[in-house]
Ligand binder design. Structure first.
Ligand SMILES: NC(=O)c1ccc[n+]([C@@H]2O[C@H](COP(=O)([O-])OP(=O)(O)OC[C@H]3O[C@@H](n4cnc5c(N)ncnc54)[C@H](OP(=O)(O)O)[C@@H]3O)[C@@H](O)[C@H]2O)c1
Length: 490
């Protein structure tokens, strides 16, 4: 297999892709013969590229460099300078790939990774076709991995998807949503469908509501150029959070076949009740962080960050009340929230079961029992816990909420593979289960569009503020508290 990384000298390659490939090599799960070819405009020798990769692996790899393993891995790394949007752009790359593949005894099965700015996704696949890099599907393997973001609205997503579809057939396309590569996210299906205790409860009869929180402690950092065009709804909700919601809410698939699972995830997206017009104001809160404190240290407000327009209306926080109009979830609200500069980095899903009847132990109106809560911790401290009520030892009946807790770290030891390790391995194996199909990407955009349209109409109107280091604006609290519920602190 040859893996061609367009943008092989970029940040994603350095921090994620090359370390992931190195860990797969250490695990001995890469194909025995492989070449990894980075592509970028800035010329680099193969040795320079190996040094670049080594620095990335040293800094970001899950496991440290081991000299022997590194030597074999480095020998498979190459770099070619090429400009994907220039005339005859890929001719030098084609010639070099032929030589490398010949030398390493490879048959030309290739994966093309688009780790380049999204504006180059379409031109690059067009170049791949023009330069005859994509054989007919029945011939050698040619797969393409597409990074996020796929567009910034429904129309631009369709343009990218159309351009890809002209060159690759859908089964050859692997759209990354790295949340789907996380162990705990894959474990949602195992938890639901490999145990008899949870699934019977996952429906409107027993679930009061579901919360999904994806909190980031960091601010916009050096990514203002991208974030100013995106904002929290596009950056987190349209893709990652809706995929988490789909995993929690989907029907049991009839098999583990990639398209069967992806059909079920799509079904959830299609069942989301549209939020349009004034309903956006009532069900969606958007906000921007102002100056505040993170761990006692002063942090600037969003509009004071470098690269951010002083009058920016980009939201750094969004909270939504969402309904799924299907038989299973009718009447069960899903509360979703994400934000930057929140008190800590934590992604968590919590399923809040209905209260027991207000008799026996729950009879005292002034001291109601905590409901049973299943919390799925996606990061950090991956695992899940079940919050239940228990009797405090002693002569009196006193009830105390306790936790049954499962931690990946302490149960399985070591560190879980990074999402990109699993995802790259799946592409090599041709398993698309954890990737976004075109219809799902577009269904998610379709649902998000009326919210974006309403915000565009209202401009700054309705944009709330919160101090950096706090759990969002009071409007975000009111969104859930107005229904008699509260956000659960992750
Ligand atoms: N970094 C992340 O953590 C992250 C997370 C999620 C998604 N992504 C996505 O991953 C992709 C890459 O992001 P990144 O952060 O790695 O960006 P980056 O650091 O700016 O790297 C982009 C790479 O593309 C190459 N490139 C740019 N224009 C080119 C052209 N015309 N021809 C050939 N190569 C070209 C650049 O190399 P030269 O400058 O040498 O040409 C560079 O290696 C983007 O789509 C981004 O949205 C990144």
């Amino acid at each position: 297999m040859t893996i061609v990384i367009f943008g092989g000298g970029g940040d994603l390659a350095r921090r994620k892709l090359l370390p992931a490939l190195y860990n797969l090599h250490v695990d001995g799960v890469l194909p025995p013969r492989i070449a990894i070819v980075g592509v970028g405009r800035k010329p680099m020798s193969d040795d320079d590229y190996r040094a670049f990769a080594k620095a990335g692996v040293e800094k970001f790899s899950r496991r440290p460099i081991e000299a022997h393993a590194w030597e074999a891995f480095a020998a498979a790394l190459f770099f070619v300078a090429a400009e994907v949007d220039g005339e005859q752009a890929l001719a030098p790359l084609g010639a070099r790939l032929d030589i490398v593949e010949h030398e390493r005894g490879l048959n030309g099965d290739r994966i093309y990774y688009l780790a380049i700015p999204p504006t180059l996704f379409a031109p690059t696949v067009q170049q791949l076709a023009r330069s005859r890099f994509v054989p007919p599907p029945e011939g050698r393997i040619a797969r393409v991995i597409v990074e996020k973001p796929i567009g910034r609205d429904l129309q631009s997503a369709r343009v990218i998807n159309d351009a890809i579809a002209e060159v690759f057939q859908e089964p050859q396309v692997y759209r990354i949503d790295h949340y789907l590569g996380k162990e705990t996210v894959q474990n949602i299906l195992v938890m639901r469908f490999a145990n008899s205790i949870f699934e019977p409860l996952f429906n409107q009869k027993y679930v009061d509501h579901v919360q999904i929180t994806v909190a980031e402690e960091e601010g916009v950092g050096t990514r203002a150029g991208y974030y100013e065009q995106a904002g929290a709804l596009r950056d987190m909700v349209q893709n990652h959070i809706l995929q988490l919601l789909a995993m929690v809410a989907m029907e049991p698939p009839h098999s583990l076949d990639a398209d069967v699972i992806r059909d079920e995830r799509l079904e959830v997206l299609k069942s989301l009740r549209p939020i349009e017009g004034e309903a956006v104001d009532a069900n969606v809160v958007r906000a921007q962080y102002g100056p505040g404190f993170i761990l006692g240290k002063a942090a600037p407000g969003y509009t004071e960050e470098s690269g951010v327009a002083p009058a920016s209306t980009t939201e750094t926080y969004v909270a939504l009340r969402v309904c799924i109009d299907n038989w299973r979830w009718a009447g069960v609200p899903f509360f979703l929230r994400t934000g930057k500069r929140l008190p800590k980095r934590a992604s968590e899903i919590s399923v809040h079961l209905k209260e027991v009847p207000p008799i026996l132990f729950n009879a005292d109106r002034s001291a109601r029992l905590d409901p049973t809560i299943l919390s799925i911790r996606i990061q950090p401290d991956e695992g899940f816990s079940l919050g239940i009520n228990s009797k405090v030892p002693g002569p009196h009946v006193q009830i105390y909420p306790v936790k049954m807790d499962f931690h990946y770290g302490s149960t399985f030891g070591g560190s879980s593979p990074e999402a990109y390790e699993r995802l790259l391995l799946d592409v090599i194996a041709g398993d698309a289960t954890l990737f976004m199909r075109r219809d799902a990407v577009e269904a998610a955009w379709q649902w998000v569009m009326p919210i974006l349209d309403r915000w565009a109409e209202r401009g700054r109107d309705g944009l709330a503020a919160y101090p950096a280091g706090e759990w969002g604006p009071s409007e975000g609290e009111a969104l859930i508290e107005s229904t008699g519920r509260r956000w659960m602190a992750p």
